[in-house]
Structure formats: C-alpha cells, structure tokens
Design a protein. Structure first.
Length: 74
C-alpha cells in the first residue's frame, strides 16, 4: 500500500529517527550514527510498496515492526 512522504517521516520519527536534515542530494533521517536518505518529494506522488521495502531494509526496520507504527499514525 503506498505511503506519503510525510507519513513515512512521521513513522520513522516514532521508530527513533530524527530529522529530516539537509543532505547533499537528499534529505536524511538520523538514528545514532546511521543516516537514511529519503526520496525527494515529487509533487503529490506517493512512495510505492517496492520503494518503501527498500527504505525499510536500509533503515534496518522489519515490516512487522513498521506496520503497527503506520496504523497508529493514520
């Protein structure tokens, strides 16, 4: 199920990430020493399921941990 960039940021904050902060080409979310690049906003486009899976994998967040947080924010 697609997710908006704003909702993704809200969920990542609930999972302990801070930001977003300016990066070189992308904004970054930070958790400890780990930096996660966020996709750039392109109008009203939502982040599709495949990209969300890649972002969560890079963040070290299991889908099973993400979905309850996502339901809380909706």
């Amino acid at each position: 199920m697609p997710i908006s960039r704003r909702e993704l940021i809200r969920c990542l904050r609930r999972l302990g990430f801070e930001g977003p902060e300016s990066g070189t080409r992308h904004e970054m979310m930070v958790k400890g020493v780990f930096r996660l690049a966020l996709p750039n906003p392109h109008g009203a486009q939502e982040i599709d399921d495949a990209l969300l899976s890649r972002i969560l994998r890079q963040a070290g967040v299991a889908r099973e941990d993400f979905e309850p947080v996502r339901r809380q924010s909706g």
